[in-house]
Design a protein around this ligand. Structure first.
Ligand code: C2E
Ligand code: MG
Ligand code: MG
Ligand code: MG
Length: 274
């Protein structure tokens, strides 16, 4: 009986492994096609200065509305794009499109804001990234202070020298870099002291569960950031109580569903005019 059962488990395991492969392969093929057909879109989520309550920018978030499968979340397709290397082309499109649209809004006389673009580890580590970003800024006509990049700690384990050099090159170019999802990765304090960053984004898991422990962590990250001359933004602000807490702790910036969900480009004009 036992034997029979473990045989079944094995069959089930093999089957789900096979389906996993199929699923991934399918998504990979579809990703290629989406890139070629121009199926990706950017949505934009506003970021606010807490003190002045003014909008300071938008985070650009990649969307993939698939004709048959429906909307596929970036948490699903970005890791696959990373593994296959497709992230380099998708990421290049994201930077270009974000800069192009921001320049377009400026041309329409809307208030000038920053656009924040997420970079994957692989993308950040590719050679010539800085010169490519500089080229995109030139081609789109966007001034460097209106672009911001977000990186995560996941890449920071190796190539420390390379990362520091690249961050310095971005500083020279006038493009600021933020550390995203802070607190969930390796979170080495060494990186905070060594990497020439301009902003820390506190991961939303610390904001959304206001336990005593998380509140202590958020407080500490804010104080630490300020002591290191870094700006700090909280992501995932959903409730008024989240906001009250962040205000009392003098967090600099906020972003989250409480203010607005990420929205399509077609809504930006109305949004910025209000
Ligand atoms: P992220 O960079 O940390 O982006 C924030 C995510 O939190 C977004 O999810 C956003 O929609 C979501 N969010 C914002 N406010 C709230 C809130 O109040 N409550 C909740 N529950 N969620 C909130 P999204 O758009 O699904 O993106 C997920 C992740 O996928 C991003 O996390 C980022 O790591 C990655 N990603 C998205 N677009 C790109 C891209 O163009 N390039 C790369 N490399 N990664 C991307
Ligand atoms: Mg981000
Ligand atoms: Mg984040
Ligand atoms: Mg995240």
């Amino acid at each position: 009986v036992i034997k029979e059962e473990s045989r079944n488990d094995y069959q089930i395991f093999k089957q789900s492994l096979k389906e996993g492969f199929k699923e991934r392969f399918k998504l990979e093929t579809e990703l290629h096609k989406a890139l070629k057909d121009g199926d990706f879109e950017l949505h934009f989520q506003p970021q606010y200065d807490l003190k002045s309550q003014e909008i300071i920018g938008f985070e650009a978030l990649c969307r993939w509305p698939h004709k048959e499968m429906g909307a596929i979340s970036p948490d699903q397709f970005i890791p696959i794009a990373e593994k296959t290397g497709l992230i380099l082309d998708i990421g290049d499109w994201v930077i270009y499109e974000a800069c192009r649209l921001n320049k377009k809004w400026q041309g329409e006389g809307l208030p000038k804001v920053k656009v924040s673009v997420n970079l994957s580890a692989r993308q950040f580590l590719q050679r010539h990234l800085v010169s490519r970003v500089s080229e995109i800024l030139e081609e789109t006509g966007l001034e460097p202070q209106y672009l911001e990049l977000e990186i995560t700690e996941s890449m920071a384990m190796s190539n420390e020298r390379y990362i520091i050099d690249t961050l310095n090159d971005f500083n020279d170019l006038g493009v600021k870099v933020a550390l995203d999802d802070f607190g969930t990765g390796y979170s080495s304090l060494k990186y905070l002291s060594q990497f020439p960053l301009s902003k820390i984004k506190i991961d939303r898991m610390f904001i959304q569960n206001q336990t005593k422990q998380n509140m202590a962590i958020v407080k500490t990250i804010i104080h630490l950031s300020h002591a290191l001359n870094l700006k700090v933004i909280a992501e995932g602000v959903e409730k008024e109580t989240d906001l009250d807490f962040l205000l009392s702790e003098k967090c600099d910036q906020v972003q989250g569903f409480y203010f607005s969900k990420p929205m399509p480009e077609s809504q930006i004009k109305t949004f910025l005019n209000e």
